[in-house]
Design a protein around this ligand. Structure first.
Ligand code: FMN
Length: 314
């Protein structure tokens, strides 16, 4: 079975073609399991598990739920997001555990996907590389990945600069693999629009910060709910790469969001390095302006699925 067939097998059982996006310090096993149970794809970044033993524990819990037989037609699934930057110290240990627990989708970020492709393919997994430009999309496609996650303008976390309206068709010109669209997709209509443009799946991140099951603190979730259009700030000041942060969280640590120091190159020495920025200065994309309450993952999934199904009928 090739990757496209494996993906189609997963996709036809989903309630909607949505991946609850992997988010640093926000996605944990509860959120992933709730996504799986709601018929979506749950995902988490490996560095969220502080110790490698926690990582194994999370993989065990999630795979147990994802492998449970389901009675109806709907079945969610799961993905793991790996940091493949050369300075990331835990990749080999994480890969060995992925071989044991076999997440069907592995998404690489912050480096070349080359070193994981063979090992994930060997157990039948699909490899997707996270990219934020057509240039990186071409490089990853040439390495033989099965799919590309196109991080477009408006994405929460480290963002992209090309609008999805252009990025998706530009990549479809040379790539017939799996495309995940990411960036400012805030409802089920947006999910359908991304499919119409040529995507197979979408990432929804920011909206899911404000769910009961996310690891975000209550004040963080509430700040997402309260945020209006001017309450997110795009800056490379904290990690060296442009990312969106909640304005009030910057003020709270005593900095002036309108006078931030420019970033000083990407700083990726390991998960600890970024913790302060992401722990105390909270990331959320422009989608925050349409988040008006804290949902459960299940109720948000239901809302998105209903919107998506209505959009299909249009
Ligand atoms: C708080 C936060 C943390 C994030 N952390 C990661 C991460 O660790 N790895 C990753 O690949 N993407 C990360 N992202 C990006 C998301 O996976 C996704 O691309 C993005 O949220 C999609 O855009 P949206 O927020 O507009 O839905 C993060 C996003 C947010 C909001």
């Amino acid at each position: 079975m090739n990757a496209r067939e494996r993906l189609n097998g997963i996709k036809e059982k989903l309630a909607a073609p949505v991946i609850v996006a992997p988010m640093f310090l926000v996605s944990g096993p509860e959120m992933v399991i709730a996504a799986v149970r709601s018929g979506l794809i749950g995902a988490f970044p490996a560095p969220n598990a502080r110790k490698i033993s926690d990582f194994e524990d999370w993989l065990k819990q999630i795979s147990a739920v994802a492998n449970e037989p389901v009675s109806g037609e709907i079945k969610g699934d799961w993905a793991v997001n790996l940091v493949v930057h050369r300075t990331y110290p835990r990749l080999d240990e994480e890969l060995a555990l992925l071989e044991k627990y076999q997440p069907p989708i592995v998404i690489t970020a912050l480096g070349s996907p080359e070193k994981v492709i063979e090992r994930v393919h060997a157990y039948g997994g699909v490899v997707i590389a996270d990219v934020n430009s057509v240039e990186y999309a071409k490089k990853s496609a040439a390495l033989g990945v099965d799919g590309l996650a196109l991080v477009s303008a408006g994405a929460g976390g480290h963002t992209g600069h090309v609008t999805g309206f252009t990025f998706i068709p530009a990549v479809r010109e040379f790539f017939d693999g799996i495309i995940i669209a990411a960036g400012g997709i805030c409802n089920g209509q947006g999910v359908r629009a991304a499919e119409v443009l040529g995507a197979d799946l979408v990432y929804m991140g920011t909206h899911f910060i404000a769910t009961e099951e996310s690891l975000a603190s209550y004040p963080y979730k509430q700040m997402v709910v309260d945020a209006g259009a001017d309450d997110v700030v795009l800056t490379d000041s904290f990690s060296g790469a442009p990312a969106y942060y909640l304005r009030d969280s910057i003020t709270k640590v005593g900095l002036d969001p309108d006078n931030l120091e420019p970033g000083n190159g990407m700083n990726l020495g390991g998960p600890e390095n970024e913790v302060k920025a992401w722990k105390d200065i909270w990331s959320a994309g422009p989608t925050a302006q349409v988040v008006h309450e804290i949902y459960t993952v299940g109720s948000l999934a239901e809302k998105i699925t209903a919107e998506y199904n209505a959009a299909i009928e249009l």
